[in-house]
Design a protein. Structure first.
Ligand SMILES: *[C@@H]1O[C@H](CO)[C@@H](O)[C@H](O)[C@H]1NC(C)=O
Ligand SMILES: *[C@@H]1O[C@H](CO)[C@@H](O)[C@H](O)[C@H]1NC(C)=O
Ligand SMILES: *[C@@H]1O[C@H](CO)[C@@H](O)[C@H](O)[C@H]1NC(C)=O
Ligand SMILES: *[C@@H]1O[C@H](CO)[C@@H](O)[C@H](O)[C@H]1NC(C)=O
Ligand SMILES: *[C@@H]1O[C@H](CO)[C@@H](O)[C@H](O)[C@H]1NC(C)=O
Ligand SMILES: *[C@@H]1O[C@H](CO)[C@@H](O)[C@H](O)[C@H]1NC(C)=O
Length: 293
């Protein structure tokens, strides 16, 4: 099993061994993608670790989708620090939108801090079950102004038929094995659940589905995690995991947006924990101030 967030590369090696893919000569990277047209990826965001983004663009770890002026949908595993075995804090992230080139800020590029995050309590790295998370942005879309290059996408709320052609996009690894500088996009088809299980067996549980090509050759890959799978202008899937990338017989696995629709809709920006910490430390400072006076 190969997770598609960059932060998980160490883990990936272990998983791949158990699949004994070592004799495969296939290029295990996204191939046959094209540069994504801005008009079709206005909702695409780059999720970055602030600490590593001092050189703008270097901190990219995952993709995500803007689903409201201040709300981003991504994968739970993108929010998890595998080294420390804990979820990251909101303040460790920044979110960048309105740029095709990961390294350049252009007119319209929005760079935002994250005020709070939420993830499904049931997400597990072992099974990849419920790989869904949301982030709330400090600086989202400006109110009442149309933005030329950034706008949210509608969530799917229905079943999408197998065979439907969809698009997946991201700055993930390309056939060169490096993260892409430009946002790339490729066509993939929704694959029947039964066929998906032929590839992955019981690894496929409710809330997951496959998309790609059984022939291999085009797929999402590491660094694309959390990003959008879009069918007919609706957000249908979240890039989650796969066995390698673009391998014959192993399409990409996605979290099913309509399956998690209620959970996603019911997440709010309120972050009582963060506020109370702020409040506590403020009261503590005040108390100290009083003591020392
Ligand atoms: C930047 O974009 C805004 C709209 O997003 C536009 O009004 C403005 O003219 C642009 N400025 C330049 C220098 O292109
Ligand atoms: C934005 O538009 C809404 C309704 O169209 C209006 O109620 C609100 O006052 C506007 N906000 C700003 C900041 O202009
Ligand atoms: C979901 O779709 C159904 C039927 O198409 C519609 O009646 C319902 O309002 C939709 N729900 C949401 C939350 O959009
Ligand atoms: C995806 O399909 C569209 C039309 O069906 C085609 O124009 C486009 O070139 C395809 N993109 C890729 C990356 O194959
Ligand atoms: C996603 O979940 C919905 C609701 O449970 C289901 O109707 C739909 O078939 C699933 N989509 C896929 C592609 O499996
Ligand atoms: C979010 O807000 C809505 C309505 O204000 C409420 O029904 C829902 O329970 C809230 N969700 C969470 C997770 O707090």
């Amino acid at each position: 099993m190969q997770l598609r967030g960059l932060l998980l590369i160490v883990l990936v090696i272990g998983f791949e061994k158990s699949y004994s893919q070592s004799d495969s000569k296939l290029d295990p990277r996204i191939i046959n993608g094209v540069e994504a047209p801005i008009s079709r990826t206005k909702f695409q965001v780059s999720i970055r670790l602030k600490q590593h983004d001092r050189i703008f663009g270097r901190g990219h770890i995952c993709g995500g989708s803007l689903i409201g002026p201040n709300k981003v949908l991504t994968a739970a595993h993108c929010l998890y620090n595998t080294d420390r075995k804990r979820y990251r804090k909101a303040k460790e992230f920044i979110v960048v939108m309105g740029t095709q080139n990961r390294f350049s800020r252009v007119n319209g590029t929005i760079v935002s801090d994250v005020t709070s995050i939420a993830y499904t309590n049931s997400f597990s790295l072992d099974t990849m079950r419920d790989d869904v998370g949301v982030m709330f942005l400090k600086t989202g879309l400006p109110a009442n102004k149309t933005h030329l290059t950034v706008s949210p996408i509608v969530l799917s709320n229905s079943s999408v038929a197998p065979g439907t052609k969809c698009q997946v996009s991201g700055w993930g690894k390309t056939s060169q094995g490096l993260l892409s500088t430009d946002l790339m996009m490729t066509n993939v088809s929704i694959i029947q659940q039964g066929v998906c299980r032929t590839s992955y067996g019981n690894g496929i549980v409710e809330g997951m589905f496959c998309a790609g090509s059984l022939l291999g050759g085009t797929d999402s890959c590491q660094g694309d995690s959390g990003g959008p799978l879009v069918c007919n202008n609706e957000l249908v899937g979240i890039v989650s995991w796969g066995n390698g990338c673009a391998q014959k017989g192993f399409p990409g696995v996605y979290s099913n947006v309509s399956y998690y629709r209620n959970w996603i809709d019911s997440r709010n920006a309120s972050a009582p924990v963060d506020y109370s910490f702020g409040f506590l430390s403020l009261s503590f400072t005040l108390a100290l101030g009083i003591l020392f006076n």
